[in-house]
Design a protein around this ligand. Structure first.
Ligand SMILES: Nc1ncnc2c1ncn2[C@@H]1O[C@H](COP(=O)(O)OP(=O)(O)OP(=O)(O)O)[C@@H](O)[C@H]1O
Ligand SMILES: [Mg+2]
Length: 145
């Protein structure tokens, strides 16, 4: 889908949040500046509150949020040294009782959560283009953006 501006990226994040369930991941890939954090922030805010602070977990790698309907963990794996480390910082535990939004899922070397939505973002003119690929529980699920 075409994301003409930042607001469109945020709307997509909120729409995904509305369909997200326990044990599921949203994997965001794309180059530096593609809009991964913009989408993740909107997704977290849709599950918590609109003015929730959602800093990029660049150094901590993960930030946990407690939404009233769903817990969500925000991972930024850019600085991950090896895939095992993602499980050390709590990816499996996060999925036990909540959802996860993951930036730089490439760092997991293909060891991705089975129930997930992959969102690949690329630059397209002034805006962005997103390709959504559902896996497992996400297959056939409708998204209204
Ligand atoms: N659809 C869009 N069209 C145009 N600009 C956008 C769009 N979505 C997000 N942006 C803008 O792109 C910039 C980079 O966004 P963001 O920080 O979310 O990217 P990122 O993928 O997390 O980058 P990094 O990998 O460097 O952390 C921001 O200024 C944001 O407002
Ligand atoms: Mg970012």
């Amino acid at each position: 889908m075409i994301l003409a501006d930042e607001a469109a990226t945020a709307r997509l994040g909120a729409a995904i949040a509305g369909r997200l369930g326990v044990g599921e991941a949203v994997c965001l890939s794309g180059p530096l500046g593609a809009g991964k954090s913009t989408l993740a922030r909107a997704l977290v805010r849709a599950l918590t509150t609109v003015d929730e602070e959602v800093p990029s977990p660049t150094f901590t790698l993960v930030q946990f949020y407690d939404g009233p309907r769903l817990k969500v963990a925000h991972f930024d794996l850019y600085r991950l040294a090896n895939p095992d480390e993602a499980y050390e910082i709590g990816l499996d535990e996060a999925l036990d009782d909540g959802a996860a939004v993951v930036e730089w899922p490439e760092r997991l070397d293909g060891r991705l959560p089975p129930d997930r939505l992959d969102v690949e973002i690329e630059f397209s003119g002034e805006g962005r283009r997103a390709r959504l690929t559902p896996h497992g529980a996400w297959e056939g699920r409708r998204l209204e953006v």
